[in-house]
Design a binder for this molecule. Structure first.
Ligand SMILES: Nc1ncnc2c1ncn2[C@@H]1O[C@H](COP(=O)(O)OP(=O)(O)OP(=O)(O)O)[C@@H](O)[C@H]1O
Length: 479
Protein backbone atom coordinates (compact mmCIF):
# COMPACT_ATOMS: atom_id res chain seq x y z
CA UNK A 1 0.00 0.00 0.00
CA UNK A 2 1.36 3.44 -0.93
CA UNK A 3 1.38 6.55 1.20
CA UNK A 4 -0.52 9.79 0.81
CA UNK A 5 2.33 11.69 -0.87
CA UNK A 6 2.67 9.06 -3.60
CA UNK A 7 -1.03 9.64 -4.34
CA UNK A 8 -0.36 13.31 -5.04
CA UNK A 9 -1.46 14.90 -1.76
CA UNK A 10 0.32 18.04 -0.55
CA UNK A 11 2.40 18.05 2.63
CA UNK A 12 0.02 20.35 4.52
CA UNK A 13 -2.85 17.89 3.98
CA UNK A 14 -0.71 14.91 4.97
CA UNK A 15 0.14 16.78 8.18
CA UNK A 16 -3.56 17.41 8.85
CA UNK A 17 -4.30 13.72 8.29
CA UNK A 18 -1.58 12.69 10.74
CA UNK A 19 -3.14 14.85 13.42
CA UNK A 20 -6.32 12.79 13.04
CA UNK A 21 -4.46 9.48 13.14
CA UNK A 22 -4.89 9.02 9.39
CA UNK A 23 -1.42 7.84 8.41
CA UNK A 24 -1.82 5.40 5.55
CA UNK A 25 -4.51 5.51 2.88
CA UNK A 26 -7.22 2.84 3.00
CA UNK A 27 -7.83 0.97 -0.30
CA UNK A 28 -10.76 3.18 -1.35
CA UNK A 29 -8.60 6.26 -0.73
CA UNK A 30 -5.61 4.78 -2.52
CA UNK A 31 -7.63 3.90 -5.62
CA UNK A 32 -10.04 6.82 -5.91
CA UNK A 33 -7.92 9.82 -4.92
CA UNK A 34 -5.52 9.76 -7.91
CA UNK A 35 -8.48 9.53 -10.32
CA UNK A 36 -10.19 12.49 -8.62
CA UNK A 37 -6.98 14.53 -8.62
CA UNK A 38 -6.65 13.74 -12.34
CA UNK A 39 -10.01 15.41 -12.92
CA UNK A 40 -12.16 12.35 -13.47
CA UNK A 41 -15.63 11.56 -12.16
CA UNK A 42 -15.50 8.80 -9.60
CA UNK A 43 -17.80 6.16 -8.17
CA UNK A 44 -16.40 4.52 -5.05
CA UNK A 45 -18.06 1.50 -3.48
CA UNK A 46 -16.34 0.33 -0.32
CA UNK A 47 -17.46 -1.25 2.93
CA UNK A 48 -18.83 0.73 5.85
CA UNK A 49 -16.21 2.50 7.96
CA UNK A 50 -13.50 2.22 5.29
CA UNK A 51 -12.75 5.95 5.00
CA UNK A 52 -14.85 6.97 2.00
CA UNK A 53 -15.38 10.49 3.41
CA UNK A 54 -11.67 11.32 3.43
CA UNK A 55 -11.42 9.74 -0.05
CA UNK A 56 -13.38 12.69 -1.41
CA UNK A 57 -12.65 15.40 1.18
CA UNK A 58 -8.85 15.24 0.71
CA UNK A 59 -8.70 15.66 -3.09
CA UNK A 60 -11.34 18.42 -2.97
CA UNK A 61 -9.27 20.31 -0.38
CA UNK A 62 -6.14 19.84 -2.46
CA UNK A 63 -7.85 21.30 -5.56
CA UNK A 64 -9.45 24.06 -3.51
CA UNK A 65 -6.05 25.12 -2.15
CA UNK A 66 -4.79 25.49 -5.74
CA UNK A 67 -7.68 27.73 -6.80
CA UNK A 68 -9.75 28.87 -3.82
CA UNK A 69 -13.18 30.38 -4.42
CA UNK A 70 -16.79 29.93 -3.36
CA UNK A 71 -18.94 28.04 -4.02
CA UNK A 72 -16.34 25.43 -5.01
CA UNK A 73 -17.92 22.18 -3.89
CA UNK A 74 -21.42 20.88 -3.16
CA UNK A 75 -21.93 17.74 -1.10
CA UNK A 76 -25.35 16.12 -1.02
CA UNK A 77 -26.27 13.58 1.60
CA UNK A 78 -29.57 11.95 2.64
CA UNK A 79 -29.63 12.84 6.35
CA UNK A 80 -29.11 15.99 8.37
CA UNK A 81 -26.82 14.39 10.94
CA UNK A 82 -24.59 13.09 8.20
CA UNK A 83 -24.38 16.56 6.65
CA UNK A 84 -22.96 17.90 9.93
CA UNK A 85 -20.49 15.05 10.19
CA UNK A 86 -19.18 15.58 6.64
CA UNK A 87 -18.93 19.34 7.13
CA UNK A 88 -16.89 18.70 10.26
CA UNK A 89 -14.39 16.56 8.31
CA UNK A 90 -14.00 19.35 5.75
CA UNK A 91 -13.55 21.90 8.53
CA UNK A 92 -10.94 19.91 10.47
CA UNK A 93 -8.89 18.79 7.48
CA UNK A 94 -9.23 22.16 5.74
CA UNK A 95 -8.34 24.29 8.80
CA UNK A 96 -5.03 25.59 7.37
CA UNK A 97 -6.96 26.91 4.34
CA UNK A 98 -9.36 28.87 6.51
CA UNK A 99 -12.09 26.80 4.90
CA UNK A 100 -15.59 28.24 5.07
CA UNK A 101 -18.37 25.67 4.97
CA UNK A 102 -22.12 25.98 5.13
CA UNK A 103 -24.66 23.35 6.16
CA UNK A 104 -28.06 23.44 4.51
CA UNK A 105 -30.48 20.98 6.09
CA UNK A 106 -34.16 20.90 6.97
CA UNK A 107 -35.44 21.67 10.44
CA UNK A 108 -33.04 24.61 10.88
CA UNK A 109 -33.49 28.33 10.35
CA UNK A 110 -33.87 29.11 6.65
CA UNK A 111 -33.01 32.81 6.83
CA UNK A 112 -29.61 32.35 8.40
CA UNK A 113 -28.90 29.57 5.92
CA UNK A 114 -29.75 31.90 3.03
CA UNK A 115 -27.38 34.48 4.46
CA UNK A 116 -24.57 31.94 4.74
CA UNK A 117 -25.16 30.79 1.17
CA UNK A 118 -24.94 34.35 -0.11
CA UNK A 119 -21.52 34.71 1.57
CA UNK A 120 -20.10 32.22 -0.92
CA UNK A 121 -18.73 29.51 1.32
CA UNK A 122 -16.12 27.18 -0.20
CA UNK A 123 -18.09 24.05 0.55
CA UNK A 124 -21.84 23.56 0.90
CA UNK A 125 -23.03 20.35 2.55
CA UNK A 126 -26.75 19.84 2.13
CA UNK A 127 -29.72 17.53 2.22
CA UNK A 128 -31.54 17.75 -1.14
CA UNK A 129 -34.95 18.95 0.10
CA UNK A 130 -33.76 22.07 1.90
CA UNK A 131 -31.23 23.02 -0.78
CA UNK A 132 -33.92 22.72 -3.47
CA UNK A 133 -36.16 24.99 -1.32
CA UNK A 134 -33.41 27.64 -1.27
CA UNK A 135 -32.92 27.38 -5.02
CA UNK A 136 -36.66 27.76 -5.63
CA UNK A 137 -37.06 30.71 -3.29
CA UNK A 138 -33.91 32.79 -3.65
CA UNK A 139 -31.49 34.15 -6.23
CA UNK A 140 -28.85 35.45 -3.82
CA UNK A 141 -26.38 32.64 -4.44
CA UNK A 142 -24.99 30.85 -7.45
CA UNK A 143 -23.71 27.35 -7.92
CA UNK A 144 -22.96 27.81 -11.59
CA UNK A 145 -19.20 27.60 -11.04
CA UNK A 146 -18.88 24.66 -8.72
CA UNK A 147 -16.02 22.28 -9.51
CA UNK A 148 -17.27 19.31 -7.50
CA UNK A 149 -20.64 17.69 -6.91
CA UNK A 150 -20.40 14.91 -4.36
CA UNK A 151 -23.21 12.53 -3.55
CA UNK A 152 -22.46 10.65 -0.37
CA UNK A 153 -24.70 7.59 0.15
CA UNK A 154 -25.41 8.11 -3.54
CA UNK A 155 -27.63 5.04 -3.94
CA UNK A 156 -29.95 6.33 -1.21
CA UNK A 157 -30.13 9.74 -2.86
CA UNK A 158 -31.08 8.20 -6.20
CA UNK A 159 -33.42 5.43 -5.09
CA UNK A 160 -37.13 6.09 -4.87
CA UNK A 161 -37.71 5.12 -1.27
CA UNK A 162 -40.07 6.55 1.32
CA UNK A 163 -38.25 9.85 1.06
CA UNK A 164 -37.97 10.42 -2.65
CA UNK A 165 -35.29 12.94 -3.56
CA UNK A 166 -35.86 12.80 -7.35
CA UNK A 167 -37.70 16.10 -7.75
CA UNK A 168 -35.29 17.99 -5.49
CA UNK A 169 -32.31 16.53 -7.31
CA UNK A 170 -33.75 17.69 -10.63
CA UNK A 171 -33.95 21.23 -9.26
CA UNK A 172 -30.39 21.08 -7.91
CA UNK A 173 -28.81 19.49 -10.98
CA UNK A 174 -30.59 22.14 -13.06
CA UNK A 175 -28.44 24.95 -11.63
CA UNK A 176 -25.10 23.14 -11.64
CA UNK A 177 -22.61 23.53 -14.48
CA UNK A 178 -22.29 20.60 -16.88
CA UNK A 179 -18.52 20.92 -16.63
CA UNK A 180 -17.83 19.64 -13.15
CA UNK A 181 -16.50 16.56 -11.43
CA UNK A 182 -19.12 14.29 -9.95
CA UNK A 183 -18.11 11.92 -7.15
CA UNK A 184 -20.43 9.21 -5.91
CA UNK A 185 -19.75 7.12 -2.82
CA UNK A 186 -21.54 4.44 -0.81
CA UNK A 187 -21.09 1.00 0.69
CA UNK A 188 -23.94 -0.23 -1.52
CA UNK A 189 -23.54 1.37 -4.93
CA UNK A 190 -23.82 -1.67 -7.14
CA UNK A 191 -27.61 -2.00 -6.89
CA UNK A 192 -28.18 1.42 -8.46
CA UNK A 193 -25.21 1.52 -10.80
CA UNK A 194 -27.17 2.33 -13.95
CA UNK A 195 -28.93 5.35 -12.42
CA UNK A 196 -25.59 6.55 -11.05
CA UNK A 197 -23.92 6.38 -14.43
CA UNK A 198 -26.40 8.91 -15.80
CA UNK A 199 -25.29 11.40 -13.13
CA UNK A 200 -21.52 10.86 -13.44
CA UNK A 201 -20.65 10.86 -17.12
CA UNK A 202 -17.15 12.31 -17.31
CA UNK A 203 -15.07 9.16 -17.97
CA UNK A 204 -16.21 7.84 -14.59
CA UNK A 205 -13.65 5.87 -12.67
CA UNK A 206 -15.44 3.05 -10.89
CA UNK A 207 -13.86 1.31 -7.93
CA UNK A 208 -15.40 -1.41 -5.85
CA UNK A 209 -13.58 -3.34 -3.14
CA UNK A 210 -12.71 -6.81 -4.38
CA UNK A 211 -13.74 -8.63 -1.22
CA UNK A 212 -16.38 -11.33 -1.64
CA UNK A 213 -18.25 -10.31 1.48
CA UNK A 214 -20.04 -6.98 1.76
CA UNK A 215 -19.56 -6.57 5.50
CA UNK A 216 -16.25 -6.21 7.34
CA UNK A 217 -14.40 -9.22 8.76
CA UNK A 218 -14.07 -7.53 12.16
CA UNK A 219 -17.86 -7.66 12.58
CA UNK A 220 -19.25 -10.67 14.47
CA UNK A 221 -22.72 -11.09 12.98
CA UNK A 222 -25.26 -12.89 15.13
CA UNK A 223 -28.97 -13.58 15.31
CA UNK A 224 -31.45 -14.67 17.95
CA UNK A 225 -34.60 -16.52 16.88
CA UNK A 226 -37.42 -15.31 19.08
CA UNK A 227 -41.21 -15.14 19.16
CA UNK A 228 -42.43 -11.55 18.65
CA UNK A 229 -43.68 -11.38 22.25
CA UNK A 230 -40.28 -12.29 23.72
CA UNK A 231 -38.24 -9.86 21.60
CA UNK A 232 -38.19 -7.05 24.15
CA UNK A 233 -37.17 -9.42 26.94
CA UNK A 234 -34.24 -10.63 24.81
CA UNK A 235 -33.24 -7.03 24.17
CA UNK A 236 -33.35 -6.11 27.87
CA UNK A 237 -31.40 -9.26 28.73
CA UNK A 238 -28.73 -8.48 26.12
CA UNK A 239 -28.30 -4.92 27.38
CA UNK A 240 -28.13 -6.10 30.99
CA UNK A 241 -25.44 -8.63 30.06
CA UNK A 242 -23.38 -6.03 28.17
CA UNK A 243 -23.72 -3.61 31.08
CA UNK A 244 -22.52 -6.23 33.53
CA UNK A 245 -19.59 -7.30 31.39
CA UNK A 246 -18.25 -4.02 29.95
CA UNK A 247 -17.48 -0.64 31.45
CA UNK A 248 -16.74 1.17 28.26
CA UNK A 249 -19.41 0.23 25.77
CA UNK A 250 -22.12 1.82 23.71
CA UNK A 251 -24.98 0.23 21.84
CA UNK A 252 -27.08 1.31 18.89
CA UNK A 253 -30.50 -0.29 18.59
CA UNK A 254 -32.40 -0.02 15.33
CA UNK A 255 -36.16 -0.33 15.12
CA UNK A 256 -38.71 0.10 12.35
CA UNK A 257 -40.95 3.01 13.39
CA UNK A 258 -40.69 6.31 15.25
CA UNK A 259 -43.38 5.14 17.68
CA UNK A 260 -41.55 1.92 18.47
CA UNK A 261 -38.37 3.93 18.91
CA UNK A 262 -40.13 6.14 21.43
CA UNK A 263 -41.72 3.24 23.33
CA UNK A 264 -38.48 1.24 23.52
CA UNK A 265 -36.63 4.30 24.81
CA UNK A 266 -39.24 4.85 27.53
CA UNK A 267 -39.13 1.18 28.40
CA UNK A 268 -35.34 0.95 28.72
CA UNK A 269 -35.38 4.08 30.87
CA UNK A 270 -37.85 2.35 33.18
CA UNK A 271 -35.14 -0.27 33.61
CA UNK A 272 -32.64 2.52 34.36
CA UNK A 273 -30.57 2.05 31.21
CA UNK A 274 -29.04 5.35 30.02
CA UNK A 275 -31.02 5.53 26.79
CA UNK A 276 -31.69 8.24 24.22
CA UNK A 277 -33.50 8.20 20.88
CA UNK A 278 -33.13 9.51 17.35
CA UNK A 279 -35.99 9.51 14.85
CA UNK A 280 -37.59 11.79 12.32
CA UNK A 281 -40.54 12.86 14.48
CA UNK A 282 -38.22 14.66 16.88
CA UNK A 283 -37.40 18.35 16.55
CA UNK A 284 -34.12 18.78 14.67
CA UNK A 285 -32.38 20.52 17.56
CA UNK A 286 -33.32 17.61 19.83
CA UNK A 287 -31.96 15.16 17.24
CA UNK A 288 -28.59 16.92 17.18
CA UNK A 289 -28.52 17.23 20.97
CA UNK A 290 -29.31 13.53 21.49
CA UNK A 291 -26.67 12.44 19.00
CA UNK A 292 -24.09 14.69 20.65
CA UNK A 293 -24.90 13.20 24.08
CA UNK A 294 -24.57 9.69 22.69
CA UNK A 295 -21.27 10.53 20.97
CA UNK A 296 -19.96 11.96 24.22
CA UNK A 297 -21.03 8.74 26.03
CA UNK A 298 -23.36 10.65 28.36
CA UNK A 299 -25.92 8.08 27.20
CA UNK A 300 -24.67 4.61 26.32
CA UNK A 301 -27.67 3.43 24.34
CA UNK A 302 -29.11 5.05 21.24
CA UNK A 303 -32.39 3.75 19.86
CA UNK A 304 -32.93 4.92 16.32
CA UNK A 305 -34.89 4.40 13.14
CA UNK A 306 -33.09 4.05 9.83
CA UNK A 307 -32.49 7.79 9.85
CA UNK A 308 -29.29 6.83 11.72
CA UNK A 309 -28.50 3.73 9.67
CA UNK A 310 -26.14 5.35 7.19
CA UNK A 311 -22.81 7.05 7.53
CA UNK A 312 -22.73 7.98 11.22
CA UNK A 313 -19.21 7.46 12.54
CA UNK A 314 -19.23 6.85 16.29
CA UNK A 315 -16.11 4.86 17.21
CA UNK A 316 -17.39 3.83 20.67
CA UNK A 317 -20.26 1.77 19.27
CA UNK A 318 -19.37 -1.85 19.93
CA UNK A 319 -22.78 -3.41 19.53
CA UNK A 320 -25.63 -2.97 17.08
CA UNK A 321 -28.95 -4.62 17.90
CA UNK A 322 -31.57 -4.93 15.18
CA UNK A 323 -34.84 -4.96 17.12
CA UNK A 324 -36.50 -5.80 13.81
CA UNK A 325 -34.94 -7.72 10.92
CA UNK A 326 -34.35 -5.20 8.11
CA UNK A 327 -36.51 -5.87 5.06
CA UNK A 328 -33.64 -5.15 2.67
CA UNK A 329 -30.07 -6.48 2.83
CA UNK A 330 -28.83 -3.00 1.93
CA UNK A 331 -30.40 -1.53 5.06
CA UNK A 332 -28.89 -4.35 7.13
CA UNK A 333 -25.40 -3.60 5.73
CA UNK A 334 -25.62 0.08 6.69
CA UNK A 335 -27.15 -0.55 10.13
CA UNK A 336 -24.57 -3.12 11.24
CA UNK A 337 -21.87 -0.92 9.70
CA UNK A 338 -22.28 1.52 12.61
CA UNK A 339 -19.93 -0.75 14.51
CA UNK A 340 -16.61 -2.43 13.60
CA UNK A 341 -15.40 0.71 11.82
CA UNK A 342 -11.86 1.57 10.74
CA UNK A 343 -10.44 -1.83 11.74
CA UNK A 344 -12.13 -2.04 15.16
CA UNK A 345 -14.10 -5.08 16.31
CA UNK A 346 -17.86 -5.07 16.81
CA UNK A 347 -20.90 -7.31 17.25
CA UNK A 348 -24.30 -7.13 15.59
CA UNK A 349 -27.29 -9.06 16.90
CA UNK A 350 -30.45 -9.32 14.86
CA UNK A 351 -33.68 -10.36 16.56
CA UNK A 352 -35.47 -12.66 14.15
CA UNK A 353 -39.04 -13.92 14.41
CA UNK A 354 -40.25 -17.01 12.56
CA UNK A 355 -41.77 -14.74 9.91
CA UNK A 356 -38.43 -13.04 9.18
CA UNK A 357 -36.34 -16.10 8.41
CA UNK A 358 -36.58 -15.47 4.64
CA UNK A 359 -35.21 -11.96 5.24
CA UNK A 360 -32.17 -13.42 7.01
CA UNK A 361 -31.60 -15.74 4.06
CA UNK A 362 -31.72 -12.76 1.68
CA UNK A 363 -29.24 -10.88 3.90
CA UNK A 364 -26.88 -13.87 4.00
CA UNK A 365 -27.02 -14.29 0.25
CA UNK A 366 -26.44 -10.61 -0.41
CA UNK A 367 -23.61 -10.13 2.07
CA UNK A 368 -22.09 -13.57 1.38
CA UNK A 369 -21.86 -14.09 5.13
CA UNK A 370 -23.56 -16.60 7.40
CA UNK A 371 -25.10 -15.15 10.55
CA UNK A 372 -24.36 -17.25 13.62
CA UNK A 373 -26.78 -17.88 16.46
CA UNK A 374 -26.08 -15.78 19.56
CA UNK A 375 -26.08 -18.02 22.63
CA UNK A 376 -28.50 -16.85 25.32
CA UNK A 377 -29.63 -18.44 28.56
CA UNK A 378 -33.32 -18.75 27.70
CA UNK A 379 -34.21 -19.34 31.36
CA UNK A 380 -32.83 -15.91 32.25
CA UNK A 381 -34.92 -14.28 29.52
CA UNK A 382 -38.10 -16.01 30.63
CA UNK A 383 -37.51 -14.80 34.20
CA UNK A 384 -37.89 -11.17 33.10
CA UNK A 385 -40.49 -11.72 30.36
CA UNK A 386 -43.59 -10.68 32.32
CA UNK A 387 -41.91 -7.66 33.87
CA UNK A 388 -40.66 -6.48 30.47
CA UNK A 389 -44.01 -6.93 28.75
CA UNK A 390 -45.91 -5.19 31.55
CA UNK A 391 -43.43 -2.29 31.41
CA UNK A 392 -43.83 -2.04 27.64
CA UNK A 393 -47.62 -1.95 27.94
CA UNK A 394 -47.31 0.76 30.60
CA UNK A 395 -45.13 2.80 28.25
CA UNK A 396 -47.54 2.28 25.35
CA UNK A 397 -50.41 3.59 27.49
CA UNK A 398 -48.29 6.54 28.59
CA UNK A 399 -47.43 7.38 24.99
CA UNK A 400 -51.08 7.07 23.93
CA UNK A 401 -51.98 9.73 26.48
CA UNK A 402 -49.57 12.17 24.79
CA UNK A 403 -50.11 13.81 21.42
CA UNK A 404 -47.58 11.53 19.67
CA UNK A 405 -50.06 10.14 17.11
CA UNK A 406 -51.54 13.58 16.52
CA UNK A 407 -48.06 14.94 15.91
CA UNK A 408 -47.50 12.15 13.42
CA UNK A 409 -50.66 13.17 11.59
CA UNK A 410 -49.61 16.83 11.66
CA UNK A 411 -46.16 15.91 10.34
CA UNK A 412 -47.76 13.95 7.51
CA UNK A 413 -49.90 16.95 6.61
CA UNK A 414 -46.88 19.26 6.74
CA UNK A 415 -44.95 16.92 4.46
CA UNK A 416 -47.83 16.91 1.96
CA UNK A 417 -47.96 20.70 1.95
CA UNK A 418 -44.20 20.78 1.30
CA UNK A 419 -44.71 18.37 -1.59
CA UNK A 420 -47.30 20.77 -3.03
CA UNK A 421 -50.26 18.52 -2.14
CA UNK A 422 -53.49 19.55 -0.42
CA UNK A 423 -53.81 17.31 2.69
CA UNK A 424 -57.63 17.57 2.77
CA UNK A 425 -57.88 16.72 -0.90
CA UNK A 426 -55.47 13.83 -0.41
CA UNK A 427 -57.54 12.57 2.54
CA UNK A 428 -60.69 12.78 0.37
CA UNK A 429 -58.93 10.91 -2.44
CA UNK A 430 -57.73 8.28 -0.02
CA UNK A 431 -61.27 7.87 1.36
CA UNK A 432 -62.67 7.58 -2.19
CA UNK A 433 -60.03 5.01 -3.07
CA UNK A 434 -60.90 3.04 0.04
CA UNK A 435 -64.59 3.23 -0.94
CA UNK A 436 -63.85 1.98 -4.46
CA UNK A 437 -61.68 -0.78 -3.02
CA UNK A 438 -64.39 -1.92 -0.62
CA UNK A 439 -67.02 -1.73 -3.41
CA UNK A 440 -64.78 -3.86 -5.62
CA UNK A 441 -64.30 -6.29 -2.76
CA UNK A 442 -68.06 -6.53 -2.18
CA UNK A 443 -68.64 -6.98 -5.92
CA UNK A 444 -66.07 -9.78 -6.04
CA UNK A 445 -67.64 -11.43 -3.03
CA UNK A 446 -71.10 -11.26 -4.67
CA UNK A 447 -69.80 -12.81 -7.89
CA UNK A 448 -68.07 -15.47 -5.87
CA UNK A 449 -71.29 -16.17 -3.97
CA UNK A 450 -73.41 -16.39 -7.11
CA UNK A 451 -70.87 -18.73 -8.74
CA UNK A 452 -70.97 -20.85 -5.64
CA UNK A 453 -74.78 -20.80 -5.74
CA UNK A 454 -74.81 -21.73 -9.41
CA UNK A 455 -72.38 -24.53 -8.75
CA UNK A 456 -74.41 -25.89 -5.88
CA UNK A 457 -77.61 -25.54 -8.02
CA UNK A 458 -75.96 -27.50 -10.81
CA UNK A 459 -74.79 -30.06 -8.31
CA UNK A 460 -78.31 -30.42 -6.94
CA UNK A 461 -79.68 -30.90 -10.47
CA UNK A 462 -77.06 -33.56 -11.19
CA UNK A 463 -77.91 -35.34 -7.98
CA UNK A 464 -81.61 -35.22 -8.82
CA UNK A 465 -80.93 -36.62 -12.30
CA UNK A 466 -78.81 -39.39 -10.84
CA UNK A 467 -81.55 -40.21 -8.33
CA UNK A 468 -84.18 -40.29 -11.08
CA UNK A 469 -81.96 -42.56 -13.21
CA UNK A 470 -81.44 -44.89 -10.30
CA UNK A 471 -85.18 -44.91 -9.57
CA UNK A 472 -86.00 -45.70 -13.23
CA UNK A 473 -83.43 -48.50 -13.28
CA UNK A 474 -84.88 -49.93 -10.08
CA UNK A 475 -88.44 -49.74 -11.53
CA UNK A 476 -87.31 -51.42 -14.79
CA UNK A 477 -85.62 -54.20 -12.78
CA UNK A 478 -88.81 -54.93 -10.83
CA UNK A 479 -90.88 -55.06 -14.07
N1 LIG B 1 -6.59 6.21 6.17
C1 LIG B 1 -7.19 6.09 7.34
N2 LIG B 1 -6.56 5.50 8.39
C2 LIG B 1 -7.20 5.37 9.58
N3 LIG B 1 -8.43 5.82 9.84
C3 LIG B 1 -9.10 6.42 8.82
C4 LIG B 1 -8.52 6.59 7.53
N4 LIG B 1 -9.40 7.23 6.75
C5 LIG B 1 -10.50 7.45 7.50
N5 LIG B 1 -10.34 6.97 8.74
C6 LIG B 1 -11.30 7.00 9.87
O1 LIG B 1 -12.19 5.91 9.67
C7 LIG B 1 -13.48 6.21 10.19
C8 LIG B 1 -14.57 5.83 9.19
O2 LIG B 1 -14.46 6.64 8.06
P1 LIG B 1 -15.75 7.12 7.23
O3 LIG B 1 -16.76 7.67 8.15
O4 LIG B 1 -15.27 7.97 6.14
O5 LIG B 1 -16.27 5.71 6.68
P2 LIG B 1 -17.22 5.43 5.43
O6 LIG B 1 -16.48 4.53 4.52
O7 LIG B 1 -17.76 6.69 4.88
O8 LIG B 1 -18.37 4.58 6.15
P3 LIG B 1 -19.97 4.54 5.85
O9 LIG B 1 -20.16 3.67 4.64
O10 LIG B 1 -20.53 3.92 7.07
O11 LIG B 1 -20.42 5.93 5.64
C9 LIG B 1 -13.46 7.69 10.53
O12 LIG B 1 -13.39 7.82 11.93
C10 LIG B 1 -12.22 8.21 9.86
O13 LIG B 1 -11.63 9.27 10.57
Amino acid sequence: MGDFSSLGLSDWLIKQCKQLGINKPTPVQEKCMPAILEGRDCMGCAKTGSGKTAAFVLPVLQKLSEDPYGIFCLVLTPTRELAYQIAEQFRVLGKPLGLRDCIIVGGMDMVSQALELSNQPHVVVATPGRLADHIRSSDTFSMSKIKFLIMDEADRLLEQGCTDFTKDLEVILGILPAKRQTLLFSATLTDTLQELKTVAMNRPFFWESTSETRTVDELDQRYILTPEKVKDAYMVHLIQTFTDEHDDWSIMIFTNTCKNCQILTMMLREFNFPTISLHSMMKQKQRFANLAKFKASVYKILIATDVAARGLDIPTVQVVINHNTPGLPKIYIHRVGRTARAGRNGVSITLVTQYDIHLVHAIEENTQTKLKEYPVEEKEVLKILTQVNVTRRKCEIKLESTDFDEKKETNKRKQMILEGKDPDLEAKRKAELEKIKSQKKKFKEKIHESIQRQKSGQLKKKMMKRKLKKKKKAEQATL
